[in-house]
Design a protein around this ligand. Structure first.
Ligand code: PAF
Length: 284
């Protein structure tokens, strides 16, 4: 249903655009992003275009999900390139609000998902998931899409978003899309742009170590032994620091008790100044 990409900057315009679509009986898919779009995002947009009559992509670099000393100031920004790519894909609208539109003067309300949002990434990036949950809740309430699309690359984020949508009775189906990888296994991420030539060469070791650990667990290894071996392999490959390697139940993200086909291995590690995350399903 390509009629050209319209960019809207405020919530009232977004609501009126979507009300127009709804008035014609059209379904709506939402793809939340922070821009710097790559093939991973494009796969979400394509999934939404396939499933829905209309697709709205959001572009908002959410200050509330960046901690002190993180890369809010340097996060890659190129709205013109993002707009051109979305036009080529056939998306219907780009919602690109200013910070003051999303967080009006005096804004004091936040959404947090204790438990799921405190572990793993939440432990190393305090406040991160409250920032994510708050902005995603706002975007879902603003657009009230039939479906919203999230990549499994940010697997814990996906779990947090599913939880908040259920808990807050938001009538949107949360759709998970598979990780898109480079040929050498590196998961696509806007932050890969920070990697130097040498760092880029060793970056796929994170995926390789997670895949090896997953295979060991399937073969009967103890999950904590497999995680420890993966950690060592990542450091030996040249990463500077491993924040965590964890093997968890794929819904609750609680430590894995028994391999029953619902497990996930998740990891976060640093190469130089760049922090990479990745994860894989473990099928028993
Ligand atoms: O995954 C992202 O790009 C962001 O965390 C999201 C979901 C757009 C919220 O800011």
């Amino acid at each position: 249903m390509a009629t050209g990409l319209g960019t809207v900057r405020n919530v009232a315009e977004l609501r009126s655009l979507i009300a127009g679509w709804r008035g014609q009986g059209q379904s709506v898919g939402l793809v939340p992003t922070m821009g710097a779009l790559h093939e991973g995002h494009f796969s979400l947009v394509r999934a939404s275009l396939t499933n829905n009559d209309r697709t709205c992509v959001t572009l908002f670099i959410n200050p509330k999900q960046f901690g002190e000393g993180e890369d809010l100031g340097t996060y890659p920004r190129d709205e013109a390139a993002d707009t051109a790519a979305l036009e080529r894909l056939g998306a219907d609208a780009l919602f690109a609000p200013a910070a003051v539109e999303m967080y009006p003067e005096g804004s004091a309300t936040s959404v947090s998902v204790p438990g799921l949002g405190d572990m793993l990434e939440g432990e190393f990036r305090p406040g991160f998931f409250t920032g994510v949950a708050t902005v995603v809740t706002k975007l879902l309430i603003q657009a009230l899409p039939d479906q919203a699309f999230f990549g499994e690359k940010d697997y814990q984020q996906l779990c947090v978003v599913r939880r908040l949508a259920t808990d807050l009775n938001i009538p949107t189906e949360i759709i998970a899309c598979p990780i898109v990888r480079e040929d050498d296994g590196l998961a696509l991420s806007s932050r890969n742009a920070y990697l130097s030539f040498d760092e880029r060469r060793l970056a796929p070791s994170l995926h390789a170590a997670l895949a090896a650990a997953a295979a060991q667990v399937v073969a009967g290894a103890d999950p904590s032994d497999a995680a420890e071996l993966a950690k060592r392999a990542i450091l030996e490959a040249g990463f500077g620091k491993v924040d965590y390697i964890a093997i968890r139940d794929s819904d609750s993200l609680q430590p894995l008790v028994k391999l029953d086909g619902r497990a996930r291995i998740l990891g976060a590690a640093w190469i130089g100044k760049t922090r990479l995350i990745d994860n894989l399903s473990i099928t028993g």
